[in-house]
Design a binder for this molecule. Structure first.
Ligand code: HEM
Length: 529
């Protein structure tokens, strides 16, 4: 559902920085972030005075009247959105490490930056309220259509400035604290066991999973997010759902958002001017999610009134927010935001990871061996410390994110003038950090075409920390990243402990449907070990 969260989402000088390796030995998810503390370069008048003008930034030239927008229009345009990964790479090859896509009707210029040092500098210099351009549909829904509900604290997704900062500061601590996440190992394990049971039952006699298995991954992620954000089991993994049952309606609503948000935002943006039928359906769909979250949060509030609490440790994430804020609206909007971006991202990431697992058998065996070592008894319940020991498995995931960045890029709207790659860039420009390209550039990563999980565990070779940042960076970094890591690790640990995954069909191409993932049926074979 969060597919548009990230908006859109060559070289004159050598970019290899011998000191730009921040990689870790051990968990590539946690330690690497910790090492990222460095002084920021201040921009002074001299730097501005010596900068080249914005008009000289290379890039595709807009045609009079049509601007550059036509290039993005499906069919007549030169750039197909599903080919976005190739287009961003082509920009780099054709124009160099900074590329301006200007003349886009009705929206600010996009500036693609393919220089990890510059990306690092920009992230580190961003102020207390970074602006990530995103989700125009959601912005309109929150700030106009349902302003009555969202009011002055509309959440974090599609919200900026002081409103964003105030809301984020209310929920950030409980969501990102490792001690909160630890409490969800057992609940996510239960959900995942049900999912694996569901997969076992869905296999045919050869062990092949159904063609639409990627839809089933969405059901699992819905079930996970329901457990985290709403304190309930939604029931989405049941195999006998009737058309009108609530879990089926939730699945349908998630699917609707998944398929139509991209259409609304890219192919049919007329809703900006009048309410089209698709827009009306989008609004009703969003209303359904608000109603769902409000109902479960009220139930949680009722339960909390009679719950015996001796320490904060007895409380779930939702209960902590309910207790500390005393306003169920905050908890409802938090849940809504987590649901809005916590289904699509993780589902597409898992599709990509499982496809790589099934097609890289050597690495799969290494993971299976590691998991067997940490979990000698397959029935033994998982602990946080077990997961912490799965170094190679985590490095595998990290390498999938580097090579096939699920979120194609991140971005920031400049809130003040800046000098980037030697050009004076005016405030208001939308800077795009195309992770999908920078994570695969020789300048920043040694042997980038080699799939090598070990690179995250060793200290040799180049690996620039800002070339591949799957969860973004800084004050606006992904709020659900610890849960995303947990869900992925639990799924791999449970699945590979007992099963071997294979893939026996034509290789799948990766394509961008906002997220970057294998395009086509994920026909995996699941065989007992
Ligand atoms: C593998 C899966 C995921 C990936 C790759 C991912 C990636 C990202 C990225 C790149 C951002 C932008 C960060 C920035 O601007 O610096 C983001 C933001 C966000 N993510 Fe995730 N994410 C994932 C899963 C999740 C999940 C499971 C949840 C919810 C439980 C979630 C909740 C959020 C929220 C609420 C934001 C907005 C934060 C803000 O603007 O303050 N994400 N994510």
């Amino acid at each position: 559902m969060g597919r548009t969260l990230y908006s859109f989402t060559a070289y004159a000088r050598p970019l290899i920085n011998p000191n730009c390796r921040y990689a870790t030995t051990g968990c590539p998810f946690s330690k690497r972030q910790r090492s990222q503390i460095a002084p920021t370069a201040a921009l002074n008048d001299e730097i501005f005075a010596n900068a080249k003008p914005y008009s000289e930034v290379p890039g595709p030239k807009p045609i009079p009247i049509l601007g550059n927008t036509w290039r993005m229009v499906p069919i007549i345009g030169q750039f197909d959105i599903s080919e976005f990964a190739k287009v961003t790479k082509m920009f780099l090859e054709q124009y160099g490490r900074i590329v301006r896509l200007g003349g886009l009707i009705g929206r600010p210029d996009l500036l693609f930056v393919y220089d990890a040092d510059e990306i690092e500098r920009m992230y580190r210099r961003e102020g207390p309220t970074p602006f990530r351009p995103a989700m125009p549909c959601l912005v309109k829904y929150k700030s106009e259509v349902r302003k009555d509900f969202f009011g002055e604290l509309p959440g974090v997704v599609g919200v900026h400035g002081e409103q964003w900062r105030r809301f984020r500061s209310k929920v950030q601590r409980p969501i990102l604290q490792p001690q909160t996440v630890k409490k969800y190992v057992a609940p996510i394990e239960l959900v995942t066991e049900d999912f694996i049971k569901y997969m076992e039952d869905a296999r045919d006699e050869n062990g092949d999973l159904p063609h639409e298995f990627d839809n089933d991954i969405h059901r699992w992620s819905l079930e996970c997010i329901g457990r985290v954000a709403l304190d309930v089991r939604l029931g989405c993994l049941s195999s006998k759902l009737t058309k009108d049952s609530e879990p089926q309606r939730i699945i349908d609503a998630a699917k609707f958002a998944l398929r139509n948000v991209a259409v609304l935002e890219l192919k049919a943006p007329y809703w900006r001017y009048f309410p089209t039928p698709l827009w009306t359906k989008y609004v009703n769909n969003m209303n359904f999610f608000i109603e769902l979250c409000s109902r479960y949060i009220n139930e949680a509030l009722e339960r909390l009134k009679t719950k015996k609490v001796t320490s904060e440790n007895d409380l779930s994430l939702l209960e902590r927010v309910l207790r500390s804020e005393g306003d169920p609206k905050i908890a409802t909007i938090m849940a809504l935001d987590l649901i809005l971006v916590g289904i699509d991202t993780i589902s597409m990431a898992v599709c990509s990871i499982l496809y790589q697992v099934a097609t890289r058998l050597k690495e799969q065996e290494k993971m299976a061996e590691e998991i067997r070592r940490v979990l000698p008894d397959p029935n033994q319940p998982l602990t946080y410390s077990d997961l912490d020991k799965l170094h190679y498995t985590k490095a595998f995931v990290r390498e999938v994110f580097r090579m096939y960045s699920t979120v194609i890029g991140n971005g920031r709207t400049l809130q003040e003038d800046d000098v980037i790659c030697g050009y004076h860039i005016p405030k208001g420009v939308q800077v795009v950090f195309p992770t999908i390209v920078t994570g695969n550039m020789e300048q920043f990563v040694s042997d980038p075409d080699e799939f090598k999980p070990e690179r995250w565990l060793e200290s040799e070779g180049r690996l620039h920390s800002f070339a591949s940042l799957p969860y973004g960076f800084g004050a606006r970094i992904c709020l659900g990243r610890r849960f995303a890591d947990l869900e992925i690790q639990v799924l791999l640990a449970k699945l590979l402990r007992r099963y071997r995954l294979e893939y026996h069909h034509e290789p799948l191409e990766y394509a961008v449907t906002f997220m970057y993932a294998p395009d086509g049926p994920l026909r995996l074979r699941m065989l007992p070990r």
